[in-house]
Every structure is written in C-alpha cells, then in structure tokens.
Design a protein around this ligand. Structure first.
Ligand SMILES: Nc1ncnc2c1ncn2[C@@H]1O[C@H](COP(=O)(O)OP(=O)(O)OP(=O)(O)O)[C@@H](O)[C@H]1O
Ligand SMILES: [Mg+2]
Length: 311
C-alpha cells in the first residue's frame, strides 16, 4: 500500500444552511498529483482550506502528513505549502522582498535563506526579475512567484487552489512544467482546476459536485466511464437540434458545447449519417459532423448529469 499524504473521513463544512463539503472521504497518496475538479461552488476551496488548517470542519476528520488538521494545526502548517485561490502577493514589494517576507513568516533560518531564495528564483525562472515590484509582473509571473513563496519552507504537501485560472496558455504550460518538476522531486500535490486539460495531467482526479466527491479515479478510467461514442455536430439551430435528437434511435445523451453539440451514440460510424438525416429532416442545417473522442470535460458533464438525475 502506498503511504497516505492526505486523508479525510466524513469531512463536512456547513455555512448556515449551505453544506459546502458533505461527508467527504478522500485519500491522496504520497507523491501523487491529485486534481480536484468541479463546477463553481462545488466545495473545492472549502475542502482545501480545511486541509490547510485555516478553516475548522463542522464534522469529520482530516489528516495531512499524518497530522490532524484541527488538533495539530501548527504541525500541518509547517509541512504544507498553500496557494490560495486569490493569492495576494505584496504588490509594492519586489520579487526578492516577497520571498524574504515568506521566509520570515515560515522562520527559515538566516543561513539557509539566501541559497533557498536563489534556488527558487532559478526554479520559477524569475532571476532577472528579482528587483521588479510584484505588481509590475505579468499575471503568469505573479503565479510563479506565488508558487515560489509557497515553497520557501520545503513543504512535503502542496495545496494549490486554481493556481492557473485566468493565466494565458503559455504561462499555464510553464506553470505545469514547474509542477511536474516538483512532482519528480517527490512532493505530493493537490491541485484544484477548472481546466480539463490540466485534469488529464494528474495521476488521479476527483470530481466534486455539491460538496461530494462523485468520482475519484485515474483520468483514463474516468473517460472510460462515459457510455457510448461521440459525434460532434455544428447545427444551424442548437435548441431545435437538441429537441429533434432527444429520443432518436441510438442517441444516449446530448450535450451543448459552445456552438457545437456533442452527441453520445451507441455506434458512431453507424449513426453518423442517421443523425445527419434526422437533423435535416427536422429542417436543421448541418454545417459539420464528425466522430470524435470523448474528452475529460465530456466525461464530467455526463457524470454530473447522471448524478443530477439521482438527486
Ligand atoms: N465563508 C463562507 N460563508 C458562507 N458560505 C460560503 C463560505 N465559503 C463558501 N461558501 C459556500 O460554500 C459553497 C462551496 O464554496 P467553495 O468556495 O468551496 O466552492 P469552489 O468549488 O471552490 O467554487 P469555485 O470554483 O467558484 O472556486 C458555495 O455554495 C459557497 O457559496
Ligand atoms: Mg474555489
């Protein structure tokens, strides 16, 4: 059995009449990159805050590195690096001053400080920017600085709450290169993200919905849970196309995907022309139709849809 880095048992947080986290049982093993995904308000941030020992659970237990997040909060804080969703750097301070500030906060010994900061500047590709005020860095560089600050005390477990939201694709990739580097060094990483391509890069993903973990598995296996094969169609009228297709033979599920429809069918090759015919017979123009592979996003929408029917 691999060793556990994070374990929650019936972890629950209520705010008045909202159950933000609902009896969550989650285990993250040492060395994993675990992706927490889910729609807005699913309870990701609340979960991460409890794991970071900055929010007290209403019910249930959580352990990080074997420490109880309530009874041993100080121990937990020493071994985690936490990057909150709305990370606030000190805009008026330079890159170097920000790193020094966090070194103070985490009581990094003076004699080790310079070497660690140099290493982190190098790691985050921020060496040339050490004197620049944080407020004057690009969004992507600010995130990298925030990550470097969260790493100042060599944490065993990293809790990253949507660290790449709102960052351009190139910076997102660079940020993930850093995460991969940390992963290779053995750091355990729990990351929440709204980006499905990022979920694919995790060793396991957990889908949170209404405070519950509804799926928790390897990315490939999550995708394999989707029933059927996928057709992607660009119709002239989305609403009407959905109506016409619901109940059509071989159609399992229809999802809206921007200006495309994703149609799950029992057999894509067999149904492709049939779907086109059904749409055209309904007075809908088909600007494009092709067979495609389900992505993580399709899987999650489908799985949430199925959950919704049960709730
Ligand atoms: N301090 C609070 N007081 C009251 N309700 C809260 C508080 N924090 C969170 N909530 C509620 O708890 C639920 C879960 O919120 P949470 O921020 O954990 O979700 P999330 O998955 O991180 O969402 P997002 O993707 O928008 O960041 C939401 O309904 C939210 O409104
Ligand atoms: Mg959040």
């Amino acid at each position: 059995m691999p060793e556990e880095a994070i374990r929650t048992q019936g972890l629950t947080k209520r705010f008045r009449n909202i159950v933000a986290v609902d009896h969550l049982d989650l285990t993250v093993f040492k060395g994993e990159i675990f992706g927490l995904v889910g729609p807005d308000g699913a309870g990701k941030t609340t979960t991460i805050r409890m794991l970071a020992s900055i929010m007290v659970p209403t019910e249930g237990k959580a352990f990080v590195g074997g420490y109880d997040v309530v009874a041993q909060a100080e121990e937990v804080k020493k071994i985690i690096g936490y990057m909150p969703q709305h990370f606030a750097l000190y805009g008026d301070l330079s890159v170097l001053e920000n790193l020094n500030f966090f070194a103070d906060l985490f009581e990094v010994p003076r004699r080790e400080r310079q070497e660690r900061i140099e290493r982190l500047l190098h790691f985050a590709r921020l060496r040339e920017f050490r004197s620049r005020r944080a407020a004057h860095l690009s969004g992507g560089m600010q995130k990298k600085l925030a990550l470097a600050c969260a790493l100042i005390h060599h944490p065993q477990v990293l809790l990253l709450d949507e660290p790449t939201t709102g960052v351009d694709p190139v910076s997102r990739r660079e940020f993930w290169d850093l995460i991969t580097e940390l992963h290779l060094q053995g750091t355990t990483i729990l990351i929440s993200t709204p980006y499905m391509d990022e979920a694919e890069r995790c060793s396991r993903v957990g889908l949170m919905y209404r405070g519950k973990l509804i799926i928790c598995d390897e990315p490939a296996r999550v995708k394999a849970m989707v029933q059927g094969e996928l057709l992607e169609v660009r119709p002239s009228d989305m609403q009407k196309a959905r109506q016409v297709l619901s109940g059509a033979e071989g159609v399992l599920e229809v999802q809206t995907y921007g200006d495309l429809l994703h149609i799950f069918v029992d057999d894509a090759v067999r149904r492709l022309e049939e779907v086109r015919r059904v749409l055209e017979a309904g007075g809908i123009k088909v600007y494009g139709i092709r067979k495609t592979r389900p992505k993580m996003e399709d899987a999650f929408i489908s799985l949430i849809g199925r959950m919704g029917e049960r709730i």
